[in-house]
Write a protein that binds this ligand. Structure first.
Ligand SMILES: [Zn+2]
Length: 347
């Protein structure tokens, strides 16, 4: 089969690799129908997180089960399924608590020895604890497939941030980050009943999506000017909940500054950079809570899926460029240069 591999920073290739086969009785092999490129894939692309030459890549995909191991009970050949961005056994304490990202037998797609999602097929370990079945007729609905793909990462991650920010009906929420996760944070906050949603961003193509997802206000300024603008919009108090979806010191500093005293920050931006941007004494004085981390999207898919299926929420606008497998290296370049927000891959 063919799959995307990373050989060095800025060196993505699509190569012939061995076909995935059932190795353990709890495995499934699935044929990828839709995959995509994630903002977090760019850290490897830019060389900011190390990869071995030839390593697979991609952690967001859905597809058709081609084969199932003898101990797989939930899935059979022909099933349409979506995969969360990590696999998990579904049987340990963490999985039982809905924290599949801490599953001791879990793993990250594209880690050494595993398949990545930006290819024609994937071997899925612990299929019963990992995959979620989708309605068969969705396979022929191109638009719905695109929306469903967001369940593998960005929609669940946006939801995780909104929960961490303590969003509830009537809340005022501010969202730091206008990438696909930040935009899905707007969608998630709206779904949880936020009354006012302030999106921080200055690319109109993106803030237009934020408005379509439910943002009531857009702040284009950055840094202290953004802090002042949010305070201006909130009667000087700040937002009850803040979604941080970037991971830089600056974005975390802004998040603290625009939070209301007693408010909560839901952070899902993969932290990078030397410091955190957090000043605990400020958070202490103002009783600001911080909650979040890598999102256990497997726990959220059952709740979010019905709303995607009936169109209550439609995250598909975050995908603004579609490529075939051969177009994946170009897709990385487009996202790196911010000429594309999120690239959809049709292998
Ligand atoms: Zn587990």
């Amino acid at each position: 089969m063919r799959a995307t591999t990373i050989h060095a920073p800025f060196d993505m290739r699509v190569e012939d690799v061995p076909d995935p086969v059932i190795q353990d009785s709890t495995d499934v092999v699935l044929r990828v129908l839709r995959a995509c490129i994630c903002g977090s894939d760019l850290w490897a692309y830019r060389g900011e997180s190390a990869r071995q030459p030839g390593q697979r890549i991609g952690h967001e995909f859905l597809g058709i089960v081609e084969a199932a191991g003898s101990d797989v009970t939930g899935f059979a050949a022909g099933d349409l399924v979506v995969a969360p961005f990590v696999w998990s056994d579904g049987s340990c304490d963490y999985c039982a608590e809905g924290l599949q990202t801490s599953c001791p037998r879990g793993g990250f797609w594209g880690s050494v020895g595993s398949d990545g999602g930006q290819g024609e097929a994937v071997r899925v370990p612990f299929a019963d604890g990992t995959l979620v079945k989708l309605p068969a007729d969705a396979a022929s609905d191109d638009h719905l497939l695109t929306a469903l793909l967001a369940l593998s990462d960005v929609l669940g991650t946006g939801h995780h941030a909104a929960l961490g920010a303590g969003v509830k009906p009537g809340s005022t929420v501010a969202v730091v980050g206008d990438g696909a996760v930040g935009l899905c944070g707007v969608l998630a906050a709206k779904r949880l009943g936020a009354e006012r949603i302030i999106a921080l961003g200055r690319h109109t193509a993106r803030t237009d999506i934020a408005r379509a997802f439910g943002a009531t206000d857009v702040v284009a300024e950055r840094g202290e000017a953004a802090e002042a603008a949010v305070r201006e919009l909130t009667g000087g108090q700040g937002a009850h909940g803040v979604i941080e979806a970037v991971g830089t010191e600056q974005s975390m500093r802004t998040a603290v500054a625009i939070a209301r005293d007693g408010g909560s920050i839901g952070y899902v931006g993969v932290p990078h950079g030397s410091g955190t941007g957090l000043d605990l004494s400020v958070m202490f004085d103002r009783n600001i809570a911080l909650r979040g981390g890598v999102a256990p999207v497997r726990a959220y898919i059952p709740e979010l899926l019905p709303d995607v299926l009936d169109g209550t929420i439609d995250p598909s606008p975050v995908f603004d460029l579609t490529v075939g497998l051969d177009g994946v290296p170009g897709g990385y370049k487009a996202m790196d240069e911010r000429t594309a927000l999120k690239v959809l891959v049709k292998p």
